[in-house]
Design a protein around this ligand. Structure first.
Ligand SMILES: Cc1cc2nc3c(=O)[nH]c(=O)nc-3n(C[C@H](O)[C@H](O)[C@H](O)COP(=O)(O)OP(=O)(O)OC[C@H]3O[C@@H](n4cnc5c(N)ncnc54)[C@H](O)[C@@H]3O)c2cc1C
Length: 468
């Protein structure tokens, strides 16, 4: 090989450039980091040695020191928060992935910018309804004739997860309408009722609500319903109260479950907006789901035509069928809520600095993040399997009940860790995590409390009933 001839003048200028590069790099290092570095290496000896180094060697050393976090250092990109650690989305169909990404876009662009304002106002943003209509989500789950699409449960779960990642209240509006109310019409209505209501509800031209719970009848509502229905010719006269009824302050049609005084069976009635004797008062002062409008309904000699009695709902069995159909969706709410909280906490841990470090560099904060991610991943994979079983017609009550119990509890733990990661900022609405923290309390208690769903699973696995 021929030796490479070097020009001494050019060599000296290169050495000078590299020396000043080295000094610049050292000057750019954070003084705290420089002090730490000085404890590990003998800096004066290093500088002395540097005087005898070639341009190439000085350049290399400068590059190494830049890695110590100096001003000249190239910023290392941190991974973007992603609550899909086991690539659950990759197991879905292209259609489902497309739905998920449309819902994510809607939630990030239409809901996120206004949700805190509406949370503070205790109000549902009506302007979201036409925008949700454009998304056409209901028809991804239901057909006009009241049947379900083949992958309805998984699709609905993914929609709910994406909604709850940003705002659980929006998912509750959707779940009450597309789950509880639509399912009541689909399962309890006859052909004429389905033909009238399904297309309008699927297009969100009519908004639905579902009235089962009573002030004195929550968990035990199936055993002692106080709201009564008395038949007078072609008319039914309803009396009683319903509590907690989501969407009912503005719904076009509210399904009311009432006990027929003649045969003691629970029947379903379609209460149209504005029916005399049907009064709704918005429940005030909630600490969770403040964007959902929950109504306290009073029925005073409220008259409903026989044509508006759900013709195929002649006992509580139909009500229970409706609840079975929606329970998996509530389990998915916990997944989405935990996902949103985890991603917010991770982002915060990557940016918030204390003691000269990002808080995500502290081992205890990493432990919180990993705990949250473990919960979230277990919840996601459990719900995906549950919905797969539901779509295959294999899901039983106890399967859905176990997922509801597990996800609500893990979600509660996850949002608490996420809130904790934010320190004091965790209780401020503007940081996002506080809303997830509060909303989880509602998820924990509705659609069967933790205790009731536990007893459902306990009865199934032991063969022994704790219910009296
Ligand atoms: C935000 C929100 C939205 C809602 N939306 C609707 C809606 O749209 N439509 C609707 O009809 N309802 C709705 N609900 C009502 C909801 O389904 C009830 O709150 C739920 O069923 C629990 O009833 P409860 O609140 O009366 O509690 P209770 O039944 O009074 O229970 C109180 C406590 O006692 C425990 N408990 C009760 N019985 C037993 C037992 N046998 N063994 C052990 N523990 C027991 C419970 O687990 C709970 O911890 C909503 C509720 C909330 C909070």
């Amino acid at each position: 090989m021929q030796p490479v001839a070097t020009d001494p003048a050019a060599q000296s200028s290169a050495d000078q450039t590299s020396s000043s590069q080295l000094l610049g790099t050292l000057a750019g290092i954070d003084p705290q980091k420089l002090a730490q570095l000085a404890q590990k290496i003998d800096l004066p000896a290093l500088l002395n040695a540097a005087s005898g180094m070639s341009a190439a060697q000085l350049g290399q050393l400068s590059g190494m020191l830049a890695g110590q976090g100096g001003g000249a250092a190239k910023k290392r990109e941190l991974p973007a928060p992603d609550g899909d650690f086991y690539s659950v989305m990759a197991t879905l169909s292209d259609r489902q992935r497309d739905i998920a990404s449309r819902v994510r876009h809607f939630m990030e662009t239409e809901v996120a910018p206004i949700m805190n304002e509406y949370w503070q106002r205790d109000e549902f943003p009506q302007q979201l309804i036409p925008k949700m209509r454009e998304l056409n989500l209901m028809r991804e789950i239901w057909n006009d004739d009241g049947s379900r699409t083949p992958d309805a449960s998984v699709t609905e779960g993914i929609i709910i997860m994406e909604m709850c990642r940003i705002d659980v209240s929006t998912a509750v509006f959707f779940g009450v309408h597309a789950g509880l109310a639509l399912a009541s019409v689909a399962l309890g209505g006859d052909e004429a009722q389905r033909a009238e209501l399904m297309p309008k509800m699927l297009d969100l031209d009519l908004v639905g609500a579902f009235g089962l719970t009573e002030p004195e009848g929550g968990s035990q509502v199936s055993r002692g319903m106080h709201t009564t229905a008395r038949r007078e010719g072609d008319t039914w006269v309803l009396n009683g109260e319903k509590k907690w009824i989501g969407n009912s302050t503005f719904a076009d049609v509210t399904v009311i479950w009432a006990r027929d005084v003649a045969d003691d069976q629970v029947k379903g009635f379609l209460l149209r907006k504005g029916t005399p004797g049907f009064n709704v008062e918005k429940i005030q002062g909630k600490i969770a789901l403040r964007i959902v409008e929950n109504g306290h309904i009073t029925l005073e000699n409220c008259r409903v035509q026989e044509a508006d009695r759900l013709q195929n709902a002649n006992s509580f069995r139909t009500t229970a069928d409706v609840l079975r159909l929606t329970r998996a969706g509530v389990a998915w709410q916990g997944v989405g809520c935990a996902m949103g909280a985890y991603e917010l906490a991770l982002k915060y841990a990557q940016t918030r600095r204390q003691f000269g470090k990002k808080i995500g560099e502290f081992q205890l904060i990493q432990s919180h993040l990993v705990h949250m991610l473990g919960n979230l991943t277990a919840m996601q994979t459990m719900c995906l399997r549950l919905s797969g079983m539901e779509d295959a017609g294999q899901m039983r009550d106890e399967h859905a009940a176990l997922a509801k119990v597990f996800t609500a509890a893990r979600c509660r733990e996850t949002v608490a860790l996420a809130r904790e990661t934010f320190g004091g900022n965790g209780i401020l609405l503007e940081y996002g995590v506080a809303k997830h923290f509060c909303d989880t309390e509602a998820i924990y208690s509705y659609e069967g409390t933790n205790e009731i769903n536990t007893l459902v699973v306990g009865r199934a696995v032991s063969g022994l009933s704790a219910f009296v």
